[in-house]
Write a protein that binds this ligand. Structure first.
Ligand code: GLA
Length: 734
């Protein structure tokens, strides 16, 4: 049993294979957070609580003369507000009488096998017998606001998911102003925050900070999870590195505005909260109504950052991503975007496809520009009708299919150009505030996806194209941030709901798409990786990682992304040189190695390749097909830190049974008279012998992991060492 309630001492233990999460109910009816860390027995950990009389930290009324229990200093499981806890709160509300207090007291619990979904939202799922769920009811006795805390324990994955369902059991309307998914009062000690910031064309760069006193906030107000901050944070003890040390992860399964806040208080206690961004959220909960928060995924390990990443990788692959392509080979594709941009003809596309087929590419993807009056980004968006003058879609799909390749198509459902039939017919279907002219970005406006009829209309248009011919892949783009939020369909006192309703609209569209077209591989995208989150991964098992296709920069982007997300989720393409984003000329080997470490594609005009380059492409695809399974489902090891040692980077994929390993070392900047590079392998079996392909010598796992492998100095930037290792029973190892 992974969930245990100790009746006598009134505490809940949530056990996974290697971790325990504990909360207890105290004598005053509050749910306290006792412990989260390495697995322990069913004993109370309440000795960790700070129960001391402190000046200016008051006591709840029911504590009477007990001045040692304060909501301001105790570790709490999920907090209300306005009643004496002065730290960041988990939920805030305006009650019917105008007061702004929420006092959440323990009411009861319920434990059941398995896990339920969250209506209309993405959430981790159980593949059968993997999880157990605990629901804890808290209620404000004064207002009837109930918070049901839901915990699902995935014992073998070492993961716990959490979300909260709010219900209004009172008589009046309650307005939720903050309804976060989780609160974690950390173990005593000091904690480093590791988060992933970025910008368009440089997403998810790790930054590690010692948490200072006060509040640190990671968030998005862009309507999407954003390029700028990713909804995934790690709290690590100061000594934690890749291969050892305590670390906690918290990842939000959500694709809209969010916030993660970390506070170190006066007593050096650290609190971490995460959920929908309260800045752009307000939800009116009438009597009898309920509201579900998105889910967070929590993990803990004492084995370092790489182990934490691998836990998330496994969980995302197994319990978040769905559909036909969940864990099978994804077709190697060519996308015409950087090859042609908007400037293509039917014949040009055919020529690229025909070249692709000769090189062993498995799918042709037609990007932006195939519909409406869309010859640049000033018009056409919203008009999902094939522009037959430019491309005869059915015919092209047939041609591509007859070449033995699949066909894929680009869409951007949530957006519209003013110069489009859709906007001319429905000017009130966009987000804009009465009396104000809405801001444009990439010369487009945002459709009001908080309205079901808008979502359904756009869906019908796109679905009719998708069912008109054999389309087997869709790239779903989203090319601007939200602004001017106001919906013509909601009354004034519900305008604070638009942002979240927008995200629900996106999920509604996505769910319809994958259930009506289950054979389609959906790839997420938002100007590259602007909506790279576990929410979208529930619908789209891969996401275009970045609009930056420069291989050297991609090393950094994929490195940062790998902290939370597996290689199977990262769309990664070989593009032309000089690179269109940086002007840099990288070797074909480097471009190949980086793209082959994700879901491989090509994004250039293949007809312009020289024959030596074509030979390389053919070889890359042959190799990739051999190793794709390892890249998709293997354990990923970050072997060097390219932020610290920016001259090179090494990583590896190791099969679950530790018999196979695909290793890469890429040389980014050559130095004269450079020191040798020694890289220690990880994840091998120390007492097994490994044969390195194309080498005669046999090495023991111990030699490769404890001593490492020393590489000679490189002559020239962009050189790549790719090594494939397999366990062998023959020969003698070094
Ligand atoms: C975004 C995407 C690109 C491409 C263009 C098309 O920028 O990230 O890959 O699809 O849109 O307009």
């Amino acid at each position: 049993m992974s969930i245990v309630y100790n009746q006598e001492e009134k505490f809940f233990n949530l056990h996974t294979q290697n971790t325990t999460y504990q909360m207890g109910i105290n004598q005053y009816g509050y749910l306290l957070h006792n412990y989260y860390g390495r697995r322990i027995a069913d004993v109370s950990m309440d000795q960790l609580l700070d129960l001391n009389d402190r000046g200016f930290s008051g006591n709840p009324h029911q504590a009477g003369r007990d001045r040692n229990f304060s909501l301001d200093t105790a570790a709490l499981e999920y907090t209300g507000c306005g009643i004496g806890d002065y730290r960041i709160s988990s939920c805030e509300a305006v009650n019917a009488d105008g007061s702004t207090a929420v006092d959440l007291q323990y009411v009861g619990y319920n434990i059941y096998k398995g896990k339920q979904g969250i209506p209309g939202m993405p959430a981790a799922y159980d593949n059968g017998g993997e999880s157990e769920t605990l629901e804890i009811m808290l209620e404000d006795p004064c207002t009837g606001l109930r918070a049901i805390l839901c915990y699902s324990v995935f014992e073998n994955m070492d993961m716990i998911t959490r979300s909260v369902r709010f219900e209004n059991h009172g008589d009046g309307t309650i307005r939720l102003e903050r309804a976060l998914s989780a609160c974690l009062d950390m173990q005593p000690g000091s904690w480093d925050l590791i988060h992933f910031h970025g910008r368009h064309c440089m997403e998810r760069q790790p930054e590690r900070l010692r948490q200072p006193h006060g509040i640190t906030r990671i968030s998005s107000k862009r309507g999407s999870s954003s390029h700028q901050h990713n909804p995934f944070v790690i709290m690590a003890s100061p000594e934690t590195v890749e291969a050892y040390g305590d670390c906690y992860g918290m990842m939000l399964v959500y694709s809209g505005d969010y916030a993660a806040e970390i506070e170190m208080d006066q007593m050096n206690h650290t609190r971490l909260v995460m959920g929908i961004n309260p800045d752009t959220f307000s939800w009116k909960l009438d009597k009898g109504q309920s509201f579900d928060t998105p889910e967070v995924i929590m993990g803990f390990t004492h084995e370092g950052l790489n182990a934490l990443s691998q836990m998330y990788h496994r969980f995302i692959r197994n319990n978040i991503c769905r559909g036909k392509y969940k864990n099978i080979h994804r077709p190697v594709l060519v996308n015409n975007w950087e090859g042609t941009y908007f400037n293509f003809t039917h014949e040009k596309l055919e020529a690229i496809a025909s070249e692709a087929q000769k090189l062993g590419i498995e799918m042709f993807v037609l990007d932006d520009g195939w519909f409406g009056k869309r010859d640049d980004d000033y018009s056409g968006l919203g008009d999902w009708k094939v522009n037959e003058a430019k491309v005869r879609l059915t015919e092209l799909v047939q041609t591509v299919n007859s070449m033995g390749m699949k066909f894929g198509l680009w869409i951007e459902p949530e957006m519209v150009n003013e110069d489009s039939d859709l906007y001319r017919e429905h000017p009130d279907w966009v987000l804009k505030i009465p009396g104000r002219n809405p801001s444009r970005a990439r010369y487009q406006l945002v459709l009001d996806f908080s309205r079901r009829e808008v979502v359904d209309y756009v869906y019908e248009q796109i679905a009719s194209v998708l069912s008109s011919c054999n389309i087997e892949y869709v790239k779903w783009d989203m090319n601007r941030s939200l602004a001017d939020t106001w919906s013509a369909a909601l009354p004034a006192d519900r305008q604070g709901e638009v942002r979240h309703r927008f995200v629900l609209g996106v999920y509604r569209f996505a769910e319809r798409l994958i259930s009506d077209f289950p054979h389609i591989l959906l790839e997420g995208c938002s100007g590259g990786g602007g909506r790279f989150d576990a929410g979208m991964l529930y619908y789209a098992p891969q996401i275009w990682c970045s609009d930056d296709t420069d291989a050297e920069e991609r090393v950094l982007i994929q490195y940062g992304t790998s902290f939370g997300y597996p290689a199977s989720t990262m769309g990664s393409h070989v593009s032309a040189v000089p690179n269109h984003q940086t002007g840099r000329i990288s070797t074909m080997d480097l471009r190949g190695a980086v793209a082959m470490s994700g879901m491989l594609g090509y994004e250039l005009d293949l007809t312009k390749l020289k024959s030596a380059e074509k030979a390389k492409v053919r070889q890359q695809i042959r190799e990739y097909k051999k190793y794709a399974e390892l890249v998709m489902n293997g354990d990923y090891y970050r072997l060097t830190d390219p932020v610290k040692d920016s001259d090179y980077c090494a990583w590896a994929f190791v099969s679950e049974n530790r018999k196979k390993c695909l290793f890469y070392l890429v040389n980014l900047h050559t130095r004269a008279n450079a020191p040798l590079i020694n890289v220690r392998f990880r994840g091998l079996k120390p007492d097994a012998n490994y044969k390195i392909q194309r080498e005669k010598r046999i090495y023991s796992g111990a030699a490769l992991m404890y001593g490492g492998y020393t590489f000679p100095a490189f002559a020239g930037d962009g050189q790549v060492v790719q090594m494939y290792l397999e366990e062998t029973k023959s020969g003698t190892a070094r």
